[in-house]
Design a binder for this molecule. Structure first.
Ligand SMILES: [Zn+2]
Ligand SMILES: [Zn+2]
Length: 314
């Protein structure tokens, strides 16, 4: 299995990022400048504008307080998705949307256009050739399982939580991520708002902490690709590493901390007593844990909000 970096062992600073946001350039309700101001005021360090099949000129939107990254949400065809039973209930002019991928390109130049917009692998390669990277957005919300995205070559990460998709009751793609990891595909995780609206229904609901030497668009794409990040919709993770014979995590007050390590009984859980909280979990490295393919930590606070580390590959 390919290894990721461990951001908790890397030098640099943590930057709070939203990597998936819409504006009036596509179907969002705020202008690019107003969307940027909304996140700047909320204390974010990085915002990617990712309008549907459209780019933004981000140069004038970035300032010393917040980096704005040029991106795009694009929709090539997924050949394995079959939604005929759903599509026939809807207007045929629009129901083709069910079998289109939602992929997010980060760090692409303004005016970027695809040569063949339907071909996912060609699109991903073209994003790469332009210096960018692609992650898959909200697979569960779109009805996409691991089998539907396993053939995407060059995909660098998966959006495991999307606050906007919570409006439809499908915010989490943690399961799809777990299956990919179980099958040996080491994909880092990101989490985002996917804001379309003006109000706070779908903003500030999930974010990605990026560990970077400096806030540049290249470093944002690099941190996502190498796993120098973790996802949260509430709790903070202060440390996660294997050291001194222990697998250990430290975090803000939590009701439960889990180590997920694979299918069929791998992994462990520590739960706080009723009404109490815990801020760490450590287990010994043993002959048994040495067989685990990977280990990642999930922290759940007493409100049910969560934070997820990327996996350490064992
Ligand atoms: Zn989408
Ligand atoms: Zn979106």
């Amino acid at each position: 299995m390919q290894h990721l970096v461990n951001p908790f062992e890397l030098p640099g600073k943590w930057y709070k990022a939203d990597l998936h946001a819409h504006t009036t350039v596509s179907d969002g309700q705020l202008s690019p400048a107003d969307r940027v101001e909304q996140y700047r005021r909320a204390g974010y360090d990085v915002l990617a504008l990712t309008d549907h099949v459209a780019t933004n000129d981000v140069r004038s939107l970035t300032d010393e307080r917040m980096l704005v990254v040029g991106g795009m949400e694009y929709h090539p065809v997924c050949p394995t998705c079959e939604f005929e039973h759903i599509k026939k209930r809807y207007d045929p002019a629009t129901s083709g949307n069910f079998d289109l991928y939602h992929l997010i390109a980060l760090n692409i130049p303004h005016g970027f256009k695809f040569d063949d917009p339907d071909d996912a692998n060609r699109c991903i390669a073209q994003v790469r050739a332009a210096g960018g990277e692609t992650f898959i957005a909200h697979p569960s919300w779109g009805g996409f399982g691991y089998e539907d995205f396993r053939n995407l070559e060059g995909l660098v990460a998966i959006e495991i939580y999307n606050a906007g998709c919570d409006l439809n009751g499908r915010p989490s793609s943690e399961n799809e991520w777990s299956i990919a990891l179980d099958r040996g595909w080491v994909l880092p995780a990101v989490g985002n708002d996917d804001a379309h609206r003006v109000d706070t229904e779908e903003v500030f609901g999930c974010w990605t902490w990026l560990k970077m030497p400096a806030p540049t668009a290249e470093n944002v794409a690099g941190a996502v690709r190498t796993g120098a990040c973790y996802v949260s919709n509430g709790p903070e993770i202060h440390d996660f590493r294997i050291a001194d014979g222990k697998i250990q995590v430290r975090c803000s007050p939590a009701a439960k901390i889990c180590f997920s390590a694979g299918p069929s009984g791998l992994g462990r859980r520590r739960r706080a007593d009723e009404g109490e909280t815990i801020t760490s979990f450590a287990i010994d490295v043993t002959d048994e844990t040495s067989l685990w393919p990977y280990i990642r930590a999930t922290v759940t606070d007493s409100s049910g909000r969560q934070a997820w580390t990327n996996p350490i590959i064992l």
